[in-house]
Write a protein that binds this ligand. Structure first.
Ligand code: 0X9
Ligand code: ZN
Length: 425
């Protein structure tokens, strides 16, 4: 009897914890802003620095509009500001809560049908531990072709794993295509894309043989494991890591501002722990950044293509992010981006913009792509912003996954072919 009672109390406490932990986004609003002219763009840049609670989202390529997510108590404040500056706006979502709830329910329901370690990439979004379980199962299925390497731990002690894929011919030290995903926690199509690439190279090998003839592929589906897990359990729109900062009110660092090449510029990163582009106290003070750095260092000398998968916006972003100068060999990298963008437009009519991050998107300082070029001397280094979907751009429904990953694979594949042809082993 006592144990039954205790059991019930524990269950109740656990439930309460779950209820409290889960951020429901009740009355969170999403506005679409229509920017006219450079002055309004500069204003948005200024506001995004001054108002950490106003979440301005990456604009889509070739669009003058952008979205902002606002907690209910900030809404009046935002509207007043928009009116003062004559910014055109419209309310897209009055209450984000039912959408977040519906998406979560959909995903959990889909996953009931999945028998781990088997996963169906197109049928659900998977957690970090589910992805690891899947990765760990691969060597048994492809003993000669894959290796799972454990490169380190996240702040909350999650194992960070990297998959190497070869054609099994036993040749060592081939040049490498290295792809990472989920540097930013909420960009859920990123790990799905990484998994889809893995399956193309393994399960669909007969159609992709030539991609592994002279090159090995190295894929790390989840870099920001703690942040990603947090988006599944607590807060769907979390971006950063989960390590506390010097400010007790604000958690997390942006891994994509924490890398050592030209780290710390105020243009393109922030020293304020409450901001989404907080760069950390020092370069590489986040364990997850250290792990990705070590992976990159491990392949230094044979890294011909580094590709970081993000969302959203339809961009192929090249270095530099930190300066308006162009890197050496910029044109060679542009040719690779061009091959990807063309392949996508031919296959689905999807339009990508490409070029230097600084010009095409906005300045960034301390990101992984600048480091891959500046410190690791990758031949081609690129961030791919996959297409927007869902309410906020990085929250596709399960039913969107297939369209997004199949289209993006056309681009990734074409860029890989271009790299392999331009830089033969
Ligand atoms: O701001 C970022 O970190 C990236 N965009 S996102 O919306 N996914 O957060 C862009 C970083 C691009 N940087 C380089 N390619 N150098
Ligand atoms: Zn991102």
């Amino acid at each position: 009897m006592t144990s039954l009672f205790l059991g019930l109390v524990t269950l109740l406490l656990l439930q309460t914890k779950v209820l409290f932990a889960w951020q429901d986004y009740k009355d969170y609003k999403v506005y679409e802003l229509n920017l006219q002219g450079i002055e309004q763009e500069v204003l948005i840049q200024k506001l995004s620095r001054e108002k950490p609670l106003w979440d301005f989202l990456t604009p889509k390529a070739n669009e003058s509009s952008l979205r902002v997510m606002i907690p209910p108590e900030e809404s009046d404040n935002l509207i007043t500001t928009l009116k003062i500056y004559n910014l055109e706006y419209r309310l897209l979502i009055d209450d984000l809560a039912p959408y977040v709830k519906a998406q979560r329910a959909e995903n959990l329901k889909r996953k009931k049908l999945i028998q781990l370690p088997h996963i169906d990439v197109l049928a659900a979004f998977y957690t970090h531990s589910e992805i690891n379980e899947y990765l760990d199962s691969l060597p048994e299925r492809f003993p000669k072709r894959v290796q799972v390497k454990h490169f380190g731990w996240s702040y909350e002690r999650r194992p960070l794993k990297v998959l190497t894929i070869s054609n099994g011919d036993g040749k060592r030290d081939k040049p490498v295509i290295l792809i990472d995903g989920t540097v930013h926690a909420r960009e859920w199509i990123s790990p799905s894309m990484a998994l889809y690439i893995i399956q193309q190279l393994l399960d669909n090998y007969s159609e992709n043989k030539e991609l592994l003839e002279d090159y090995d592929w190295v894929i790390m589906p989840v870099v920001n494991a703690d942040g990603y897990e947090y988006t599944h359990t607590d807060s769907r729109y979390w971006r950063k890591t989960r390590r506390p900062t010097s400010n007790p009110d604000c958690v997390g660092t942006d891994i994509n501002r924490n890398f050592a090449h030209e780290w710390g510029h105020d243009e393109g990163s922030s020293s304020d722990p409450c901001e989404d582009i907080y760069r950390g106290e020092r370069p590489f003070d986040q364990p997850e950044s250290q792990v990705l750095r070590d992976v990159l260092l491990h392949y230094k000398g044979r890294l011909n293509f580094y590709l970081s998968l993000h969302s959203y916006g339809n961009y192929l972003l090249l270095p530099w992010g930190y300066t308006k100068e162009f890197p050496e060999h910029y044109q060679d990298m542009m040719n690779v981006a061009d091959a990807g963008a063309k392949a996508i437009v031919h296959s689905t009519n999807g339009i990508y913009s490409y070029g230097s991050t600084y010009y095409v998107l906005y300045p960034t300082s301390g990101d992984t792509t600048d480091f891959a070029l500046g410190a690791i001397n990758a031949t081609v280094a690129m961030t791919m912003e996959l297409p927007a979907a869902g309410f906020m751009g990085f929250d596709p429904w399960v039913s969107h996954i297939e369209r997004l990953v199949t289209e993006s694979w056309v681009g990734v594949r074409a860029m890989a072919v271009e790299v392999i042809t331009r830089y033969p082993a």
